[in-house]
Design a protein around this ligand. Structure first.
Ligand SMILES: [Ca+2]
Length: 412
């Protein structure tokens, strides 16, 4: 029965892959002639007309962005630098950040500003920190924090953390860690790392499961979870698991793998996230307090060793994604477009993609996906943001990374 199910599913996916790959190929063919990696400005055809993409700056592994009220841009570089881009110039790294552990997927990740920034100047950032006390690998063999398959070349216990400090010119003052992944573990992947403020002023954090699977279903840790805290790090009085004494109080939802995109839907005011699936099965999820999104019990992808995982439809007790990608797009960065510069994109979800080297545009009607367009950019897109003028700015996932600006060719 299991075999039969796998074959049926494999067949179904094969057909789906073929259809999607064909449509991607056709689309790439239509846009490839107008775009090249080494140009600083290019025109690309989209379903809504031609757009211009310009390179604004070079950055090393940029990861997250946030606009300041004066129109300048905070941008992180994963090795541990926070800079300000303003009118064609990139600042020296801002000082006052804690020591950052930069290895693999870890380093300095997202940045966000306080909703009351004009009054308090608070800047929040997600970073990876090493534990103060490191284990003796030989002696502590069997410690679950070390895992069973890890590469001990980097045998540092580490975890994601969120800190905030007050921005004063080119420095952060009063920098304090307000939240930490628990427990710290060996391993360089799946930190999550996106920050977004909800309309009620709470800070929402995406926390990945550190490539350990099971923590996502275990309430005694905060890995593989969406986290909700007050801006000072304290726990909101209406968090969903406060009555469960065994659960960590910072948990908002569970059952997530590695979410690298989070945005507030401007219509429903709900948090939407996407998360990287295992081998395929990337998900778009609407976050509802207290729900379980299924990882690693269910997924519409398969394990990397080829073993199947039950699909979401097999276990309806878990919240299912409203949309998923098979084959994977490897999504990173997420906004809802609310500007008027791209007048046909209003209310659309815009998502960066590694695998398809594209900006993915999703047209929605309420919670229903009507249409998906992949705007091929020949670059792995790490994050994107809507600028005050309605243009879309993006950063690329590369040691030779770029800050890009996209505008319509015929702005109305
Ligand atoms: Ca799921």
């Amino acid at each position: 029965m299991q075999v039969l199910k796998s074959i049926t599913r494999a067949k179904r996916r094969q057909i789906l892959c073929q259809v999607r790959n064909l449509s991607m190929t056709l689309f790439i063919l239509s846009s490839v002639s107008t775009f090249a990696q080494d140009t600083t400005s290019s025109v690309i055809q989209t379903k809504s007309g031609p757009v211009k993409v310009e390179k604004l700056a070079s950055l090393v592994e940029p990861w997250g962005m946030a606009f300041l009220p004066d129109g300048s841009l905070l941008v992180t570089e994963k090795p541990g630098r926070l800079r300000i881009y303003n009118k064609g110039k990139l600042s020296e790294p801002i000082v006052g950040l804690p020591k950052i552990d930069y290895h693999g997927q870890g380093g300095l990740l997202d940045v966000e500003i306080d909703p009351k920034f004009p009054e308090n100047k608070f800047v929040y950032f997600y970073f990876v920190e090493a534990d103060l006390k490191q284990p003796d690998i030989k002696r502590d063999n069997g410690d679950p924090r070390l895992g069973t398959y890890q590469d001990y070349d980097d045998a540092t216990l580490k975890g994601g953390a969120v800190a905030r400090g007050r921005l004063d010119g080119n420095k952060l003052t009063d920098t304090k860690v307000i939240w930490r992944q628990f427990p710290k573990m060996i391993g360089r992947g799946h930190f999550g790392g996106r920050l977004v403020f909800a309309p009620d002023g709470k800070l929402l954090i995406t926390s990945g499961e550190r490539q350990r699977f099971e923590p996502a279903q275990n309430m005694t840790n905060n890995l593989g979870k969406i986290i909700r805290i007050n801006p000072d790090g304290s726990i909101p009085k209406d968090n969903p698991f406060l009555n469960n004494k065994a659960a960590r109080p910072d948990i908002y939802t569970l059952g997530h793998r590695n979410p690298l995109g989070a945005a507030i839907n401007p219509t429903s005011k709900q948090l939407w996230i996407h998360e990287m699936g295992p081998m395929h099965g990337d998900e778009l999820n609407i976050i509802v307090a207290g729900k379980n999104y299924g990882w690693p019990v269910v997924s519409n992808g398969d394990n990397y060793d080829g073993s199947p995982i039950p699909d979401h439809e097999m276990k309806p007790e878990f919240a299912a994604p409203l949309f998923y990608w098979h084959p994977a797009i490897s999504p990173s960065g997420f906004i809802f477009y609310t500007g008027s510069l791209f007048n046909k994109w209003n209310g659309n979800a815009l998502i960066g993609s590694f695998n398809s080297e594209a900006l993915v545009r999703i047209k929605l009607e309420g919670n229903k996906v009507l249409e998906e367009e992949r705007i091929w950019l020949n670059r792995r897109i790490r994050d994107l943001i809507q600028a005050p003028d309605g243009s879309v700015w993006m950063i690329t996932d590369s040691k030779e990374g770029e800050l890009l600006r996209m505008t319509p060719v015929a702005a109305k």
